[in-house]
Design a protein around this ligand. Structure first.
Ligand SMILES: N[C@@H](CCC(=O)N[C@@H](CS)C(=O)NCC(=O)O)C(=O)O
Length: 228
């Protein structure tokens, strides 16, 4: 058996990107839950720059940043469930949307951490990002009659945007901000529902109620810290 360890936290959307990729590829791994309020020596040694999860440790070698980990898994296990298209042009398009996810999805999570004007700015930015995705990314899926970016099954682009399902719902729930309007974003909304029900994904999501309760507790802590 390969020596693969994943340092993560149960509620992190970024941990789930890696879990989905490991499961889709059928790679056995040991999951090591981290306490981010008291970071372990293993996490600090493995990701000394950002000190963040997820970290994948393959035969003792650490790799940080969820999307870099996914690329590493795809290059190291190319035969098991390839996560990127084989065609160079399609691959480039996939990488374009992955880069967009890495740069732009942060505003949706900023809504969770901010209030007042700062939060309004994050909401505005998120809605613009969602509009762009609706028109250009999910619009392309519709034109190509594809259920997922990987065609009839999820690929690395789907995994990059998968965090816009459960976790966006949790952000909406605890802040009262509504972003995912099915009338405004019907294609995006439809894709989220398909993604959450896709094989492997649907069996590897956190418990929704526990996730919502956790986000609610964290949000209350953020609000009371900023209002005192
Ligand atoms: N860009 C990173 C983001 C990872 C991230 O934000 N991890 C959070 C948990 S969700 C973390 O470890 N935070 C600890 C800290 O900021 O001290 C990735 O994609 O892996």
């Amino acid at each position: 058996m390969e020596d693969v360890k994943l340092l993560g936290t149960w509620a992190s959307p970024f941990s789930y990107r890696v879990i989905w990729a490991l499961k889709l590829k059928g790679i056995d791994y040991e999951y090591i839950e981290q306490d981010l309020s008291n970071k372990s020596p293993l996490l600090l040694q493995s990701n000394p720059v950002h000190k963040k999860i997820p970290v994948l440790i393959h035969s003792g070698k650490p790799i940080s940043e969820s999307m870099i980990i996914l690329r590493y898994l795809d290059e190291s296990w190319p035969e098991n469930y390839p996560l990127l298209p084989a065609d160079p042009y399609e691959r480039a398009v996939a990488r374009f949307w992955i880069k967009f996810a890495e740069e732009k999805l942060t505003s949706a999570f900023a809504i969770f951490r901010t209030s007042g004007e700062e939060q309004e700015k994050a909401v505005k930015e998120s809605l613009e990002v969602m509009k762009t995705l609706e028109e250009h990314a999910f619009g392309l899926l519709l034109l190509q009659e594809k259920a997922f970016f990987g065609g009839d099954k999820v690929n690395m682009v789907d995994l990059a945007y998968g965090v816009m399902g459960y976790w966006l719902d949790a952000v909406e729930d605890c802040t009262g901000v509504k972003l995912m309007d099915p009338l405004k974003f019907p294609l995006f909304h439809g894709w989220v529902n398909r993604f959450n029900e896709a094989p492997v994904i649907k069996d590897n999501l956190p418990d929704r109620e526990e996730l919502f309760a956790y986000f609610k507790r964290r949000r209350e802590m953020i609000v009371s810290a900023t209002s005192s």
